[in-house]
Design a protein. Structure first.
Length: 204
């Protein structure tokens, strides 16, 4: 039996699936489903196809773990980028945010999150060992820790700093132009650019 507030089981299923998206409540999900129902069939098919292709075709870069369509992302494949500098970020949204500042020409390393015991996320759940391995291979002079200035971000910064002790790499952290507890991806481009440009050596 389906919820009798819907006149169609197919509509209810669509609303249920749309409602699984983050930030989408039941009313918004219903509004979006009804909107799609009013569109031409070709437009809906194009949306469905693009989502399917994205899910099947998007990969994680083998070097930095940014999203891409090939084995390596465009940033890692670009010979004009400064391969001696690696900026460590939490997620792909942070890569996009920093790229929008147009003030950074190095490479990235996407951790896929931050250490958060309360959420059951430990160092082994993140791309930390792969970062250490990149540094050990040589060619990297500076690692910029550009994680959000939260307790979890600071904990992750310190863990990475300790993992990189004993290497010749310079470890820096972005300046605190980003407000405490703010997420990097929501920081405006000017503030983020200044914080990155004003980075300082990491201190215990």
């Amino acid at each position: 039996m389906y919820n009798n507030k819907y006149s169609s089981q197919l509509l209810e299923k669509a609303v249920t699936e749309i409602g699984r998206l983050p930030g989408i409540g039941s009313k918004t999900a219903l509004r979006l489903a009804l909107y799609l129902l009013r569109q031409e069939e070709g437009r809906v098919d194009a949306l469905a196809e693009s989502l399917t292709n994205m899910r099947k075709g998007v990969h994680y870069c083998q070097i930095c773990y940014n999203i891409c369509d090939d084995e390596r992302c465009e940033i890692c494949s670009n010979p004009s980028r400064d391969a001696s500098t690696v900026c460590v970020v939490e997620n792909v949204q942070d890569v996009m945010a920093i790229e929008n500042t147009m003030q950074y020409r190095g490479l990235y390393h996407v951790l896929g999150g931050v250490i958060s015991p309360m959420d059951g996320i430990g160092p082994s759940d993140l791309q930390i060992e792969s970062l250490v391995e990149r540094v050990r291979k040589g060619g990297i002079n500076e690692v910029i820790l550009a994680l959000s200035p939260t307790m979890e971000g600071d904990t992750t910064n310190y863990f990475i700093y300790r993992k990189l002790e004993g290497t010749d790499v310079k470890v820096t952290v972005i300046a605190r132009g980003v407000a405490q507890n703010d997420e990097l991806q929501y920081t405006d481009e000017v503030t983020l650019g200044r914080a990155l440009a004003g980075r300082i050596p990491f201190a215990k």
